[in-house]
Design a protein. Sequence first.
Lengths: 253, 160
Amino acid sequence: MKRYVEHVMGMPISLALRGRHTDDELAAQAWADALDVLHTADRIFSTYRADSHISRLNRGELTVADCPPEVAEVLRLGERARLESGGAFDVRRAGVLDPSGVVKGWAVERAAAAFERLAGTDYCLSAGGDLICRVTGPESEAWRIGIEDPFDPEKIAAIVPIRNGAVATSGLHRRGPHITDARNGETPTALASVTVIHRSLTHADIDATTAFALGPDGPAWLHARPNRTGLAILVDGTRQIIGQTDRLSSRSR
Amino acid sequence: MTAVKRIVLWLLGTVSAVVLMFGYHTSTSGPEAAVTPIAGGEGADSNSAPSTPTTTPSTTPSATPSASSGSSTVTGDVAQTQWGPVQVQLTVQGGKITAVNVLQYPNGNHRDVEINDYALPILIDETVKAQNAQIDMVSGATVTSDGYIRSLQSALDQAK
C-alpha cells in the first residue's frame, strides 16, 4: 500500500492506493488531477476568497447564470437538502450564501474520479475525515475505516469495512462549533458525532451534517433515509447504530 | 503461534461485537417482534452450527489463516438475546474480516450479509486501542490541517 498526503483548503487530503498502480507515473498523474479538482472547487466556492464565484454572488456582482455550471449544481443539492431536512440544513444564512456544507463531499467525490482510471487499483481518498473507498475486484479486501471516538480522538469507536462506498462524519470536537441548526441558528448539543455510510460521499456528507444539526431528532431522521447506515454517538456516550440489516442483503452496486 | 492466537482472540472479540450490533438492531423492532428461531434456516451452508449454545466458538474449517491467499471462517457462539438467538460467522482473509454471514436471526430467516456499500459499523469495546484495530483510514469530524498533526490519520499516513 502506498500513501499520499497534501493539504488543500486547510484540510489534509489523504490517499491510500493498493494494487497495480500505486507508485508509478499513472498514480502520480491521478493524484495531481484529483488535487487539481479540489483546488478548482476551492477557487469557485470558497467564502474565504474574495474572488471566488460565491463571494462575487454574495456581493451581487454575478448571477448564478454567470457562474460555471457547477455552482447551479451545488445550489440545487443545497436546496434539496434544505427541503429534506425541514430547514435544518441550509446553504443560506441570513441571506448570505455559504455552500461549504455541500461542497466538501461533492468536490471529493469528483476528485476521486481520477483514480477510476487506474486499472486494477483499489483506492481510499479522505478529505479531513470524509472519505471514499473503491475496490476493483470481488476478491479485494474491504478497506477498514475507523470511526474516531469524539471523546478521545486517539481512539476509535467503531470499524466499518467498506469495499465500495463513502463515509462522512460530522461533529464539533475538532473545530469547535461550526455547525448550526439553520432553523434557529443555534449550535446543536445532543450529539457528539454522526457518521453516515452511503454509496455517494456527496449525500453521506450532507446527511451527516443534517443529522447532527437536527440534534436529538437526528438519529430517527437518519434511520428513515433510504440506503444509509451510520453511527450516532450521543453526548452521554451512548452509541446507536443506524440502518436496517435487510438492506444489506442487496449486493447490487 | 502467538500471532495466530492473537488473531483468533481478536476475532472472538469482534464476534461478540457483531452480536452486540445485531442485538442492538433487533432491539429497534421491540421485544414483541420475537419469533421462534429456525436454526440455520433454508439455504444455510453445511457448516452451520447447531443452535445449541456452546461455550467456545467452533472454527471451520480452520481458525488459522493460511500464509497467503487462504481464507478461514470463524463461527461465533449462539448469543441468546431476549429476542431470540443470534449467531454470526466471519470470513477472514489475511487477518482481516472480508464477510459476515448471519447464520441466525431472531426472526428465523437465514441471511447472507456480505459487507459492501452499506456495511454497518462494528462497535469496538472501549478497551481496544486504535493501533490494534488494523484500520486503513479514519473518519472523524472535520480535521483541519492544524489538528491533523496530532491525529490518528497522521500516524497512519506515516506508517508506509
